[in-house]
Design a protein around this ligand. Structure first.
Ligand SMILES: C=C(O[C@@H]1C=C(C(=O)O)C=C[C@H]1O)C(=O)O
Length: 386
C-alpha cells in the first residue's frame, strides 16, 4: 500500500481512495472473515455489467450485483489490474505499461467528479410498521410464506469522515464479518461488514449458508444464553429449506449440513446452517454458477416463494435497494471465489451516508419489533460513525 502510494506521490491510503473516486477509477478493498490481511484492487478499465456471467470465464476481480438483478445475474466487475496487499503492489499481466502510465498521470492530475445524489426523506417508523402489517395480511392470505422488508436511513457525513478509516474500524471491530469498501463510478462508494456468505468455491469445496433470526446480544452475554423463539426457528428453517430445494433442482444430493448454530455478528446473534459440498465426493463442473443463479436473492433477504415476494417488495418498499441485499466479493482471486450477501452496509454519498437494513417477516411478526430489528441492524455501522 505504502509502495503504491509513493509511486503515486501520495501520503496516505485515504488520499489514494479519494483520488481514485474523484478520477473515476473503480476499486475494491476487502478483508475476509477471520483474516487480518486486506486486499486492494484497482481496475484500469471501465467496469461493466457482465451479460453472460460465468465464474470460470471471469478473470480475477471483484463482483457487485444489485438486489434486483437476477435471472440472469449481471454483476458489475472490478478487474484486478493493480493488486495491493500489505506487502507489495502487483500489476496484472493483462495491462500494458501505457495503461499504467496513463493511470499514474490521471491520478496525479485529478479532476473532481462528485457523485451526485439527493438526500431523500426516509420512511418513518409508522410507515414501516404499516408495511409490516400489510405483509402479515398477505402472508395470512397465502400470497407468500415469508417476505423481507427493508428501509434506509440517511445521516449527515461527519466532517472528519474517512472511508478508509471506517473500513479499518469495521475490520478491527467485526472479525468474523466480510468487510469491504468498493467503488464504481456512478454507483457510489459502498462499505459493509457482511455476516452472510452467499456462495464460496475454492475447487476443494462449495459452501453456502442459511442465515436468519436476529437477537440483540447484550454486553458480555454468551451465545449459549440466547433462546430462540418458534418464529425465529421457523424463519431460519425456511431459508435452509430454500437452499435444500435449490440442491434438489440441480439433483445434487451429496451435501453436508451443519447447524443450525447461534453465531455472533457484531452485537447481534443469528441462526446459521452451513451447507458444504466436498469435491472429493462429487464432480459438478459449474455448481457455483448454478447455485448462484438459483440462490440470489435468497429467502433471507427476499422471501419465499421468491416469484411472489420479489414483485411485492418492489411494489411496496418505495425505494431502490441498489446493491443492498445484492451480493459482492472476490471472484477467481487467489484461485477462489467468495460472494457475500451485501448486508450491514452503507453507501457514502455527497454530504450524507445511507444505511440499509431489513427484517424477515412471517405470520407472527410484530411490527414494532421488526422496526427495532432494522434499527439495531443499521446500528452495526451507524454506531461506529463518530
Ligand atoms: C435483511 C437483513 O438481514 C437478514 C435477515 C435476517 C432476519 O430477518 O432475521 C437475519 C440475517 C440476514 O439474513 C439485513 O441485515 O438487512
Amino acid at each position: 500500500m505504502k509502495e503504491l502510494a509513493s509511486i503515486l506521490s501520495l501520503k496516505q491510503p485515504e488520499e489514494l481512495i479519494d483520488q481514485l473516486a474523484e478520477t473515476g477509477y473503480s476499486f475494491a478493498v476487502w478483508r475476509m472473515p477471520n483474516s487480518t490481511e486486506s486486499k486492494f484492487i484497482i481496475s484500469l478499465t471501465e467496469p461493466t455489467q457482465l451479460p453472460d456471467f460465468q465464474i470460470a470465464n471471469t478473470s480475477p476481480g471483484f463482483l457487485i450485483n444489485a438486489f434486483g438483478d437476477n435471472h440472469p445475474i449481471k454483476p458489475y466487475f472490478i478487474s484486478a489490474d493493480i493488486i495491493i496487499t500489505n506487502q507489495n503492489v502487483e500489476f496484472s499481466p493483462n495491462i500494458s505499461d501505457v495503461q499504467i502510465d496513463a493511470f499514474k498521470e490521471q491520478i496525479n492530475t485529478r479532476s473532481k467528479s462528485k457523485n451526485q445524489s439527493n438526500k431523500t426523506s426516509q420512511p418513518t417508523s409508522n410507515a414501516f410498521e404499516a408495511l409490516v402489517e400489510r405483509a402479515v395480511a398477505e402472508i395470512q392470505k397465502g400470497t407468500f410464506e415469508k417476505v423481507v422488508l427493508s428501509r434506509f436511513k440517511d445521516e449527515e457525513i461527519p466532517s472528519d469522515f474517512s472511508s478508509w478509516q471506517f473500513f479499518e474500524t469495521i475490520s478491527a471491530q467485526y472479525e468474523n464479518a466480510f468487510c469491504s469498501l468498493s467503488f464504481i463510478p456512478g454507483k457510489g462508494m459502498w462499505i459493509g461488514a457482511s455476516p452472510e456468505l452467499l456462495i464460496s468455491d475454492d475447487h476443494d469445496s462449495f459452501k453456502t449458508v442459511a442465515l436468519a433470526g436476529t437477537k440483540r446480544l447484550g454486553n458480555g452475554q454468551k451465545l449459549s444464553e440466547i433462546a430462540w423463539t418458534q418464529k425465529e426457528i421457523e424463519e431460519q428453517a425456511l431459508v435452509s429449506r430454500y437452499i435444500i430445494n435449490c440442491f434438489k433442482k440441480i439433483r445434487l444430493r451429496e451435501f453436508h449440513e451443519h447447524g443450525p448454530k447461534t453465531i455472533q455478528a457484531g452485537n447481534l446473534a443469528h441462526l446459521k446452517t452451513e451447507f458444504v459440498v466436498d469435491y472429493s465426493e462429487v464432480t459438478f463442473e459449474d455448481l457455483a454458477d448454478q447455485m448462484l443463479e438459483l440462490l440470489h436473492p435468497t429467502s433471507a433477504v427476499c422471501g419465499m416463494p421468491i416469484e411472489h415476494a420479489k414483485p411485492w417488495i418492489k411494489e411496496v418498499e418505495n425505494y431502490d435497494r441498489e446493491f443492498y441485499s445484492g451480493f459482492l466479493g472476490p471472484v477467481n482471486f487467489e484461485d477462489a471465489t467468495s460472494l457475500f450477501v451485501n448486508l450491514r452496509c452503507m453507501k457514502v454519498m455527497d454530504g450524507y451516508i445511507r444505511f440499509f437494513a431489513g427484517a424477515g417477516l412471517t405470520e407472527d411478526s410484530d411490527p414494532q419489533k421488526e422496526y427495532e430489528e432494522t434499527e439495531i441492524k443499521m446500528n452495526v455501522l451507524e454506531s461506529l460513525l463518530t
